[in-house]
Design a protein around this ligand. Structure first.
Ligand SMILES: Nc1nc2c(c(=O)[nH]1)N[C@H]1C(S)=C(S)[C@@H](COP(=O)(O)OP(=O)(O)OC[C@H]3O[C@@H](n4cnc5c(=O)[nH]c(N)nc54)[C@H](O)[C@@H]3O)O[C@H]1N2
Ligand SMILES: Nc1nc2c(c(=O)[nH]1)N[C@H]1C(S)=C(S)[C@@H](COP(=O)(O)OP(=O)(O)OC[C@H]3O[C@@H](n4cnc5c(=O)[nH]c(N)nc54)[C@H](O)[C@@H]3O)O[C@H]1N2
Ligand SMILES: [Mo]
Length: 762
């Protein structure tokens, strides 16, 4: 790096006083009520409510404060005393609000009343619930079922999600795309392809036994901070942590436990990563190939010396297929290609391989850094290859750990929010509800976007989320979105998706997870599934933000009842009155996963729904786990060596949850007061004839006739590999072409977008 002093660096450690300050600042910003702290104490514990932020599991033996900076911010944000009432629209028009930032829109506070858009005044106006339900149903009834889409962001609980999927199928389609289509669809498809299970294989106890954690493109400090506690414990018992990430993430460097009085007063830090490999964007296939090559070498040497094999030959023989072909590819792989593809040296990869070989039990952790690439599924397959060489799947202390995003994103898939018909037990639905479920696959997000562009999608119902801001090709999408006959958003806060209303448009405000959900039979609990497939009950205790809110389940049932013909087996009112009846239906539909659902949902730590690959049962064609052989040593879908082209990685700040921007302090990345930055290696800055502080525009470097650009970004020298640049999501979504996605799962390639850079007048 040319001038070390100039390089912006993150401020660590993760946790510590920084995290308490972070919570405090959101508490002030969001004007959370003073009693919010009491609510936080109930979080993630039996009898309390489950965090509405990420899907990281809860331990059985919980501590006094079983929450993190991230979760606390998310709850405070929900418990704000600010309200966005119908009177807000006296002063604002929909078009006028388009100039507002994501932060400003959500800062208006909780939505309080159902609203309908009035095109004559360009404002949303209060509407009563029955009128809203009838209006929505009327629009949907005029369409043929394939023209409407039912999106879900991973917030809503299992009960509401089950009914939402049922509503779509009774209406007549499987158009049930979900936020995971932009996220871990690579896992749902790519991991399932190789091990037969679409989710991770580890459970909490495995975290307590692992000898090593290999992190590929997952950032626990920002995105799943409670993970840092088991990592701290792992370090105490001498486990190794090896990280592959283009960016230095503070949470993977050091941690001060905010729950430990001693650590907090002495500032005692736990060093997290023993090795930190700053590979190039999209360099994982090459990096893992290099590690595998070293492992194979070590195995040969062990054989020559007559020592114990390094490979788990028995596992490979009994449990896998495709090994010989993969072995040929390892032998054939050229070190020059591995080094240039990964941006790492042969020696660095040897160091990683040595740690891998030394460790009996290894967990491979991954996130968006693997999934969001043109060849994201190949990445996932490669990580599984590495783990399988030494039998590191389906035994205690070992396994694959995709860290999921939204708190119930995995669970929604489990209970039927799936666009692929064969993932759903349609026969059971047929016999339970006496109808013919649709057999054709529905659309995923990419196909929905294509349908919006070509006009075949005419109505969108959104159970949570901010889809229009989260999707690729976002700017192009806005005009198409607004051309729909109907847009319906079930939301807690105002966001950008509300500002492009369809010809008929409704915002339906719902209860938050921490709030009391009072129904005819009494207060209701809901349930969620975490990243380890544990199901937990959740009970809200707070007074609702407004008397006019309905629960997500009641809203879904309200629309469904207005929309669908009467069916004696379909009892929307009874189900709304008593959610335990819905859990009975879930149990009847998925008896293997949800036995004794109502009885077990409040078990500390939740109940395990059981994952086949965890027990080395491979639900693949052939009944074995598959080694996969990559065609190329990169997960990029473009030539990264073209002069003037960079690979753009879209990143998250620790002051945001997806499109919800709490504030402008990203201390872990050392960026304060702005999000309009472009992180670049100092060498790249020099090469491009730029200087620190220049204002530049990013232009998507693909020749498809569409001009995609994002300006106003300030050049910021950063510790990031040459050729890789970074800027924030969701702002960068205007740059991601909709067809730029993982080949297998269609997950958008948001971590490697080919861009060029142009200087702008300041
Ligand atoms: N505070 C907070 N928490 C969140 C969220 C949030 O926005 N804010 N979002 C939630 C959701 S929905 C999700 S899905 C998860 C996302 O959580 P993560 O999966 O951690 O997602 P990201 O932070 O987008 O990316 C992870 C890491 O990948 C690295 N990376 C980028 N490109 C590459 C690459 O080519 N190779 C490798 N090895 N690494 C790469 C990035 O530098 C980053 O550190 O977090 C959830 N939790
Ligand atoms: N370039 C780029 N694009 C990305 C990503 C990336 O890394 N880079 N990440 C992708 C990922 S991983 C994901 S998961 C998607 C996220 O996409 P979404 O899930 O669609 O977006 P969120 O920002 O999580 O949604 C925020 C909104 O949800 C609503 N909300 C909050 N809580 C609740 C609740 O309890 N109930 C209901 N009904 N609504 C609620 C609020 O109105 C809030 O404005 O974005 C994807 N897009
Ligand atoms: Mo996500």
């Amino acid at each position: 790096m040319s001038n070390e002093d100039d390089v912006v660096k993150g401020k660590g450690p993760a946790g510590g006083w920084g995290s308490l300050k972070g919570i405090a600042s959101v508490s002030v910003e969001s004007s959370a009520s003073p009693s919010a702290m009491d609510t936080l104490r109930r979080m993630n514990k039996p009898g309390g409510f489950m965090c509405n932020s990420c899907a990281w599991p809860k331990p059985k033996n919980y501590s006094a404060f079983e929450f993190c900076e991230n979760g606390a911010k998310s709850v405070m944000w929900e418990l704000t005393r600010d309200r966005c009432t119908p009177a807000f629209w006296d002063d604002h028009t929909v078009h006028g609000l388009r100039g507002w930032s994501d932060h400003e829109l959500e800062s208006t506070g909780r939505l309080t009343h159902p609203l309908r858009y009035n095109p004559d005044t360009d404002r949303y106006e209060e509407v009563d619930w029955p009128t809203a339900f009838e209006g929505i149903a009327g629009e949907l009834r005029q369409l043929s079922p394939e023209q409407a889409v039912f999106y879900a962001s991973g917030h809503a609980g299992l009960e509401a999600s089950y009914l939402y999927a049922l509503m779509a199928r009774l209406y007549g389609n499987n158009n049930l795309p979900q936020s995971s289509n932009m996220c871990h669809e690579t896992t749902s498809v790519g991991l399932k392809k190789v091990i037969g299970s679409p989710v991770g294989t580890i459970v909490w106890e495995d975290l307590e036994q692992a000898d090593a954690f290999f992190f590929f493109g997952q950032n626990p400090g920002t995105n799943s901070p409670r993970f840092l506690h088991p990592l701290k414990d792992a370090k105490k018992r001498g486990a190794s942590i090896v990280t592959f990430n283009p960016i230095i993430e503070q949470g993977l460097v050091a941690f001060v436990d905010p729950q430990s009085a001693i650590d907090m007063t002495t500032g005692r830090q736990t060093r997290i990563s023993d090795q930190y490999h700053q590979l190039s964007s999209g360099g994982d296939v090459a990096a893992i190939m290099g590690i595998c090559k070293h492992v194979i070498d070590a195995d040969k040497q062990a054989q020559n010396r007559g020592e114990k094999r390094i490979l788990d030959v028995e596992f490979i023989d009994q449990h896998t297929q495709g090994f010989d072909r993969f072995l040929d590819a390892i032998e054939a792989a050229d070190w020059g290609d591995i080094e240039s593809g990964s941006g790492l040296t042969r020696d660095a990869l040897k160091e990683a391989a040595d740690a891998y070989i030394r460790s009996e039990k290894v967990i491979g952790v991954y996130g968006m850094g693997l999934t969001q690439h043109t060849h994201g599924s190949v990445n996932v397959g490669m990580l599984v290859n590495l783990l399988m060489l030494r039998g590191n799947i389906g035994r205690p202390g070992a396994g694959v750990c995709p860290v999921r995003g939204h708190s119930n994103v995995q669970g929604q898939r489990t209970v039927g929010i799936a666009e692929k018909a064969d993932l759903v037990p349609m026969d059971r639905l047929r016999s339970l509800f006496d109808f013919d479920p649709p057999t054709e696959d529905g659309v995923n997000i990419v196909e929905m976007v294509e349908g919006l562009i070509d006009g075949s999608v005419k109505a969108s119902v959104c159970l949570g989320g901010n889809l229009l801001r989260a999707v690729p090709d976002q700017e192009r999408m806005e005009e198409h979105w607004a051309r729909q006959n109907l847009t319906v958003m079930i939301s807690t806060k105002l966001n950008r998706s509300h500002l492009y209303p369809g010809k008929a448009a409704y915002i339906l405000p719902c209860l938050g997870r921490a709030e009391v959900d009072q129904q005819a039979s009494g207060p209701q609990a809901i349930s969620t599934e975490d990243s380890f497939s544990m199901i937990s009950g959740s009970t809200g205790h707070r007074e609702p933000a407004s008397d006019h809110l309905k629960s997500e389940l009641a809203i879904v049932a309200g629309i469904a009842k207005a929309l669908l013909p009467v069916n004696p087996n379909v009892k929307w009112d009874e189900w709304t009155a008593d959610y335990s009846l819905v859990r009975d239906l879930i149990e009847q539909t998925y008896p293997d996963d949800f036995g004794d659902f109502n009885k077990r949902m409040f078990q500390p730590g939740g109940f395990y729904r059981g994952i086949a690959a965890h027990q080395r049962i491979w639900k693949t064609p052939g009944g074995k786990a598959h080694f996969t052989t990559p065609e190329k040593l990169t997960s990029l879908g473009f030539d990264a060596n073209k002069p003037g082209r960079y690979s753009l990685l879209t990143m998250r700040s620790n002051d945001q949850f997806n499109t919800t921007v709490y504030g402008y302090s990203d201390r872990f990345h050392g960026i304060e007061g702005t999000r309009d930055v472009l992180l670049m290696n100092p060498e790249d800055i020099k090469q491009a004839g730029l200087h620190k502080g220049d204002t530049v525009e990013l232009i998507t470097d693909l020749d498809d006739g569409v001009d995609r650009r994002l300006g106003g970004l300030v050049v910021t020298p950063y510790q990031i590999p040459v050729g890789t640049v970074a800027s924030y999501y969701p702002e960068c979504n205007v740059l991601v072409p909709v067809y730029h996605h993982d080949q297998l799962s269609k997950t958008p390639g948001s971590k490697s977008v080919p861009v060029r850079i142009e200087r702008q007048a300041a």
